[in-house]
Write a protein that binds this ligand. Structure first.
Ligand code: FAD
Length: 389
């Protein structure tokens, strides 16, 4: 990096650190991790405190909920380097990110790449202000890893589609305001060529959700049903029947986000922040911890390299590598934390915080957004170009 650029980043660091310090309310600082500390936004979101709401609003006003998006779309127009500095300063000052959402992580990048100018100006600022919470309607009972097999069908009715079908594993569908969904709009075409990417208001008549209760007692997932749902034609992103291109682009962002340890529910905790020297005494555990810290550092640097290389456009098939390695690493990290914590770590809420639920959650990291087996499949075929069976 040129000296001038480094100097200007140093000046930006000083400015943004000062702004964070002056504007972050006390209750978004130094909090133990817990789901209710995450601000998801949306019409029905119950803020944990006035401070959480104020922090989101102050950041949104400066475009800092989507730092790299264009100012015209509600972002701050920051460079990649400036965004890194913003995240580093948040971490250093122990301040929570102001907003997390599927809109920021997934739909936004897809709209930036495939949306019309009208769609970008309409939907993106709503996402950055945390007004609309999105959920993802990809999976169906017969279409998980084989996602292009979606059967939810949109019949062409001239000025609208009439949609019928079922989605599954729709995270937070019962809390979301809108859904981005893959819908088959041509049953005759080859399966990848007959899918459209639609945006749907969850309050549209004919949509219902049914939470799926998990063994933990929580219900973050839903079955989502579409019965004669009328969807206006302008709520399509990209071309009719070419929604697979949009879907794939979005998936690279989802995989990159999950692989990076996520910024929300699955945010990885460093070993040092959980365990003390008293916890880690036997040489075997120390060696495991050291290896993991080195691997984590190498992975973080690799992520940075890919992000710098890819700029706005995503990282393509390499996202499968980042997703695979990042989620497996995260599982290893939590296995180690649980092993080192011993029986104390099994407490649902205990000396180590909510370590046991976080450990269990890591198991889902290597399934959501595409399983590890499927990521390895993509790597072997598309990146290493190995011959198929
Ligand atoms: C925490 C979590 C959140 C989720 N949130 C959402 C959401 O918000 N919206 C949404 O649409 N979906 C969501 N999903 C669904 C998720 O994307 C699917 O679970 C995932 O794509 C796998 O599909 P499946 O569950 O149907 O498994 P299947 O596709 O049935 O796979 C079953 C097993 O077979 C293996 N397998 C399948 N095909 C191959 C192959 N070609 N080669 C080798 N092995 C293979 C898989 O790796 C897996 O082990 C979520 C899932 C989880 C766990």
């Amino acid at each position: 990096m040129a000296d001038g650029a480094q100097e200007s980043l140093a000046a930006f660091r000083e400015e943004i650190a000062d702004w964070i310090d002056k504007n972050a309310p006390a209750d978004v600082r130094d909090r133990a991790f817990d789901e209710s500390d995450i601000c998801w936004g949306g019409r029905n979101f119950m803020f944990k405190s006035e401070g959480q709401k104020l922090w989101m609003e102050r950041c949104a006003e400066r475009g800092l909920t989507a730092p790299r998006w264009d100012v015209a779309y509600g972002g701050a127009g920051l460079s990649r380097g400036q965004e890194k500095v913003w995240l580093e300063e948040l971490a250093r000052l122990r301040v929570k990110k102001p907003l997390e959402s599927f809109g920021l992580w997934m739909l936004g990048p897809a709209l930036l790449a495939f949306g019309t100018e009208d769609q970008k100006r309409h939907y993106l600022p709503q996402i950055t202000r945390g007004e609309i919470r999105w959920c993802q309607g990809y999976s169906e009972p017969g279409a998980g890893s084989d996602l292009a097999n979606v059967q939810t069908y949109g019949a062409d009715k001239g000025d609208h589609w009439l949609v019928n079908g079922q989605k599954i594993w729709t995270s937070y569908a019962d809390k979301a305001d809108w859904i981005f969904a893959l819908v088959r709009t041509d049953r005759e075409a080859p399966k990848h060529r007959g899918i459209s990417f639609l945006l749907v208001d969850m309050t549209t008549p004919g949509i219902s959700t049914k939470p799926i209760k998990l063994i933990s007692g929580k219900s973050p997932f839903c079955e989502t049903y579409f019965t004669d749902v009328v969807i206006p034609k302008d709520q399509i992103v990209g071309e009719v029947n070419r929604g697979w291109d949009v879907a794939k682009h979005l998936l690279t962002h989802e995989r990159e986000m999950i692989g990076g340890g996520g910024s929300g529910a699955i945010g990885a905790r460093s070993i040092g922040s959980v365990l003390t020297d008293d916890d880690v005494t036997d040489p075997h555990t120390i060696a495991r911890a050291q290896k993991l810290e080195v691997d984590s550092l190498a992975f973080a640097l690799t992520m940075d390299r890919y992000k710098d290389l890819a700029k706005q456009g995503g990282v393509g098939h390499a996202s499968a590598m980042l997703k695979y390695y990042g989620t497996e690493l995260n599982k290893d990290r939590y296995e180690l934390l649980m092993a080192a914590g011993g029986s104390d770590a099994l407490a649902w809420e205990g000396a180590y915080g909510a370590l046991a639920p976080e450990w269990l959650r890591t198991k889902a990291n290597s399934i959501e957004g595409g399983t590890s087996e499927v990521m390895l499949d993509i790597l072997s075929k598309r990146v290493l170009e190995l011959p198929g069976e």
